[in-house]
Design a protein around this ligand. Sequence first.
Ligand SMILES: *Cc1c(COP(=O)(O)O)cnc(C)c1O
Length: 364
Amino acid sequence: MPQQVSEACTRHLELESRIGGSEAAEEASEALDHTYDAVASLLHCDRGEIALVDSGTRAWNMAFYALPLRPQDRILTAEVSYASNFIAFLNRKRRDGIDIDVVPSDASGQVDVVELERRIDGRTRLIALTHVPTNGGLVNPAENVGRIARAHGVPFLLDACQSAGQMPLDVGELGCDMLSAAGRKYLRGPRGTGFLFVREDFMESLDPPTPDVHAAEWTTPDAYRLRSDARRFELWESNKAAQVGLGIAADYAMQWGLETIWQRIRHLADDLRSRMADVPGATVRDTGRTKCGIVTFDIVGHEAIKLKRQLREMAINVSVTVPSTTLLDARARSLPDLLRASVHYFNTEEEIERFVGAITQIVS
Ligand SMILES: *Cc1c(COP(=O)(O)O)cnc(C)c1O
């Protein structure tokens, strides 16, 4: 988190302990309210189209489980679907009898858009796409998919957890009806934050799965009325300190400029990928025509988890991505556990050099 973000969270927690939780929320109402504007600016949508929730997964689930789906309804998705999303598909397959149709990747590794369009039929109720997968540098052609979804009148749900804060996102250009994202990833927001965009004219097609006293008003003993905006996908209780911090994180990203951030990240990631080619036994695994800041690789004869530990001792943070997070893609490409090094704009060429030097030293 940038310092401004962590300070904003800490200040709010201190205020809560000094004057009380509800009182602090009242006092911070402007900052809390501002977070909706900041996230809406980030996505180029209306503030009424934003719900603030506690994770990217919650945001995605709120949209997915709000879709009315019946037996034989079909959802189209891609090979790089994130595990939690696919588990939800399987859950609704078991409960609601839906069919899941996985569109294969093309030769470049991105979702095959021609095949995707070919598979749309009268039973297709949703296209659910992961923009940037958790297991590699691929950027899926979300805009093309959005155009196809619109042309056929099929709802489009985009999982932008890894792309939010990394590249410009404009829900109009993306052509999505719903978009979910996490605050804690490239956006550099607090953990336990996420947000959901639902297009205003699509709102009524969805049935919020867990309406509460904040999402709806209990109007008569046997009826309730949903609020009109996207906050019908929220719950009453939330982490206000984190919510304030999320707004500051979105402001901060927009101050640098998403286009500037995106260019800088791609420059650093390209640099890292080309330097990794010189590391003995290393294979970079990122696919796709457009590649982002996530760089994944494995090294023959070296366990990813052990490499991660050794790098950690040198104060270098990487993560390990295991096949089960992106099972279909991992199986199609016979992927082992991969090391994932995510560069951000604040990284430097010197750090990349040091990183590659450290890896080379460990494996030589
Ligand atoms: C991390 C991630 C999520 C989940 O976000 P959380 O905020 O951790 O729930 C969803 N989809 C993708 C592609 C991710 O990488």
